[in-house]
Ligand binder design. Structure first.
Ligand code: ATP
Ligand code: MG
Length: 211
């Protein structure tokens, strides 16, 4: 039987239990053999803050997924220069697998909407199917409507009791000196402290437009 493999892309700044729970849910519900976590390459900024160095984000993904034999980390995007498009990432990962492997791109309910803004969602939909995992604050029915019937046929909607955890929330907590324990695996929380990450929110004034 052909294998099914999940791909979960993200900034992972840092990885947290929301990512891990979503990936595990997709793995079990869709019978995926593996889920590959792909930290994004280095965007100069994202939604008004300076993204942590790719190497730190990758290391935290490796620490976060340890212990789950079905989870892997990939450097495919961080070792590539320039922006990465999901379609190139999926193609590159699929290229190393048997030709009949079924690829699933896993996202949270917020990120699936970016499908609409990706350069070529139809092309991506030819190389993989999608898994949209519920995330508090996002209505899967709204998303279904926004994506339209055609694309929605390629999307598996997983309506679970999602975790409200976000990397933004974790960065804020770290900047306030609060603990990240029980929001992300202990080794990740330890890495944040030992490397002094997120001690101040690196908010670029030009991007944020305030001081
Ligand atoms: P940030 O707050 O910096 O945007 P984030 O928590 O949204 O971080 P990302 O790295 O942006 O994490 O997200 C990577 C992927 O994981 C996206 O598809 C996103 O929708 C999904 N994701 C993140 N947190 C959750 C969550 N709590 N539940 C379900 N999916 C999630
Ligand atoms: Mg996000």
């Amino acid at each position: 039987m052909p294998e099914s493999v999940g791909v979960m892309g993200g900034t992972f700044d840092p990885i947290h239990f929301g990512h891990l729970a979503a990936a595990e849910e997709a793995r079990v519900r869709l019978g995926l053999a593996r889920v590959v976590f792909v930290p994004n390459g280095q965007p100069p900024h994202k939604a008004g803050y300076v993204v942590t160095a790719a190497e730190h984000r990758y290391n935290m993904v490796v620490l976060g997924i340890a212990g789950n034999p079905h989870f892997e980390a990939s450097r495919v995007e961080i070792d590539r220069s320039g922006p990465s498009y999901a379609v190139d990432t999926v193609k590159s990962l699929a290229g190393r697998l048997p030709a009949d492997t079924r690829m699933y791109f896993i996202t949270g309910a917020d990120a699936i909407l970016e499908l609409l803004t990706w350069r070529d969602p139809e092309q991506l939909a030819q190389v993989c199917e999608f898994v949209a995992v519920a995330r508090p604050g996002y209505d899967l029915d709204d998303i279904r409507r926004a994506l339209g019937e055609e694309l929605s046929r390629r999307v598996h909607y997983l309506d679970i009791d999602g975790l409200a955890t976000s990397s933004t929330g974790l960065r804020k907590r770290a900047a306030e000196g609060l603990s990240l324990r029980y929001l992300t695996p202990d080794p990740v929380a330890g890495y944040v402290v030992s490397h002094g990450l997120y001690r101040e929110l690196k908010c670029d004034r030009e991007i944020c437009g305030r001081d």
